[in-house]
Design a protein around this ligand. Structure first.
Ligand code: DP6
Length: 351
């Protein structure tokens, strides 16, 4: 057992799902497998420090050094779930501070990048606390499982590039943690970019967690889970073959299906805005006229993720500036791309 306080710092990126996780079973297990691309720039930076002098088994969370009590219930549920897996949590007081470099609660997966970075800090500290070397464990696999218990999509933000979470036909895939599928991805997809067009950064009227729950009563749920598995089969084949046309069809279909499910759930929530639809139409028109391989996808919010190959960077960014920025909130967009996953900032000893 250590004598001094430890600090761990990780940053983890957001990810964008091409096959969507929407609906859960059991303890944070997905109703269908999902496939995503981990981003590069859009990140959460998290610092966790242990305080041996304060109340054991307790924790405190700040966002950008300021208390944000609205996040506490979800973090509390997370700690409750992970305590049996990370026993050091019962021995110490945990101080967490995080900050994002993109707006949260706006349909960009801030909970994914937050729980991924937090899980990495905690898994590492658990080993350090018991004087074990974290390099001797499969940190990414263990942290992906822990991150899932905070936010399902966070399991995928632990891994670089393309990953799959959820039991499927893909070898090693499981409901417990995400798996890396990059070695099977055709080179044409390996340098894809994601332009995130911020239509609105307002807080969403429906949280993802509440949306997942509504799937328990959604009349189309069983058909959806079957279709997601079928879409996974087709997309995985397209990603291996370098078939961009097929990738476009499935990615856009998944985005629209997600919003169809949200609209057909109790409450009939509309998360898209008129500007979202205008952007979608402009992207389809642009693709028809130019032969571009770009496509859109959506998270559970109004913002557009415009995915495109790196070799189209110049014309696409011109198209964004000339046409799409008019639909964005204060001309805001994020120029992101596929990335290499979380990054560790050194463990520092204090005291
Ligand atoms: C639409 O992972 O945010 O972004 O597990 O309740 O935290 P919780 O939900 P969350 O759901 C993400 C849903 C999605 C699709 C996806 O990322 O697969």
């Amino acid at each position: 057992m250590i004598q001094q306080a430890l600090v761990s710092q990780w940053s983890a990126p957001a990810n964008i799902a091409l096959i969507k996780y929407w609906g859960k079973k059991g303890l944070q297990l997905p109703a269908n497998p999902s496939l995503s691309m981990t981003l590069d720039k859009s990140r959460t930076y998290t610092r966790v420090s242990l305080d041996l002098g304060k109340e054991k088994g307790s924790w405190e969370y700040t966002y950008d050094h300021k208390p944000r009590p609205e996040f506490d219930p979800k973090i509390s549920a997370f700690f409750h779930r992970i305590r049996p897996e990370l026993p050091f949590l019962n021995e110490v007081f945990i101080r967490i501070d995080s900050t994002n470099n993109f707006p949260h609660s706006s349909g960009i997966s801030s909970s994914a990048s937050f729980y991924a970075s937090l899980a990495l800090c905690l898994c590492q500290l658990n080993e350090e606390y018991y004087n074990r070397d974290p390099r001797k464990i499969d940190l990414l696999k263990i942290a992906s499982n822990i991150a899932r218990l905070g936010s399902g999509s966070a399991s995928r933000s632990i891994l670089p590039g393309f990953s799959v979470w959820g039991q499927s036909f893909i070898p090693q895939s499981t409901d417990q943690h995400a798996v890396d599928i990059n070695s099977n991805i055709h080179p044409v997809f390996r340098s894809y970019r994601d332009a995130i067009l911020i239509i609105s950064s307002d807080k969403k009227p429906l949280s993802s967690t509440a949306g997942h729950k509504l799937m328990n009563e959604n009349p189309y749920a069983e058909i959806r889970y079957k279709e997601a598995n079928n879409n996974m089969l087709r997309l995985y084949q397209a990603l291996q073959d370098g078939n961009q046309g097929e990738m476009i069809v499935i990615t856009e279909h998944e985005a629209l299906s997600l919003h169809g499910l949200i609209m057909s759930s109790t409450g009939g929530t509309l998360l898209v805005k008129p500007e979202t639809i205008a952007c979608i139409e402009a992207i389809r028109e642009y693709r028809k006229n130019s032969g571009s391989k770009s496509c859109f996808t959506l998270d559970a919010g109004p913002n557009i993720h415009l995915l495109y190959p790196d070799n189209e960077k110049e014309p696409i960014q011109r198209f964004i500036k000339e046409k799409l920025l008019a639909y964005c909130e204060n001309d805001k967009w994020i120029d992101d791309s596929i990335g290499q996953g979380p990054q560790k900032a050194s463990i520092l000893s204090e005291g």
